[in-house]
Design a protein around this ligand. Structure first.
Ligand SMILES: [Zn+2]
Ligand SMILES: [Zn+2]
Length: 162
């Protein structure tokens, strides 16, 4: 959605509210698309003493697959974006400022970018997930490893003697 803020550019104290649902189910992280539900994007743009301040909150419930044990799990995603909006850049290096084009900016694109940049690089069903045994494939969160314990040959020889 293109959000037009022309109406408040010259009126300090004025603001615009937005509330939309964005489909990000096509955003792929290593073969998994976790945003199976719509992402809600709620916020405001306010003219504070002549400066346009954007505040947006992204919320959704992700469907993830654990990187260690492969179990599916749900996880909330919440992120707050605070940006200044301006019609032109006074300082070229200031990339905190979102540039308006004809008094508007693409809210969907900003939300999509924010979502991608703030996704966890590691998806774990829990902090201390023990994962799968590389030998027997047992899910070590719930079961014992079934790999045969290697018996030290010297100990085996000793056992024979006893
Ligand atoms: Zn796990
Ligand atoms: Zn094992």
């Amino acid at each position: 959605m293109l959000l037009n803020v022309k109406g408040i550019i010259n009126t300090p104290g004025d603001g615009i509210a937005f509330n939309e649902e964005l489909d990000l189910s096509d955003v792929d992280f290593g073969g998994v698309c976790p945003a199976v539900r719509p992402v809600s994007v709620v916020g405001t743009v306010q003219n504070i003493a002549g400066m346009l301040q954007l505040h947006a909150e992204l919320n959704t419930e992700l469907s993830c697959v654990c990187d260690r044990c492969g179990a599916p799990f749900e996880k909330p995603f919440h992120f707050v974006v605070e940006r200044m909006l301006a019609e032109e850049l006074e300082d070229e290096d200031n990339d905190d400022i979102l540039l308006l084009v004809d008094g508007a900016f693409d809210l969907d694109e900003l939300a999509r970018e924010t979502f991608i940049l703030n996704m966890d690089t590691k998806m774990l069903c829990r902090e201390d997930c023990k994962g799968l045994c590389s030998g027997c494939g047992a899910n070590l969160n719930f079961e014992e490893c079934r790999c045969k314990k290697e018996i030290d040959p010297r100990w085996a020889a000793l056992q024979k003697l006893l």
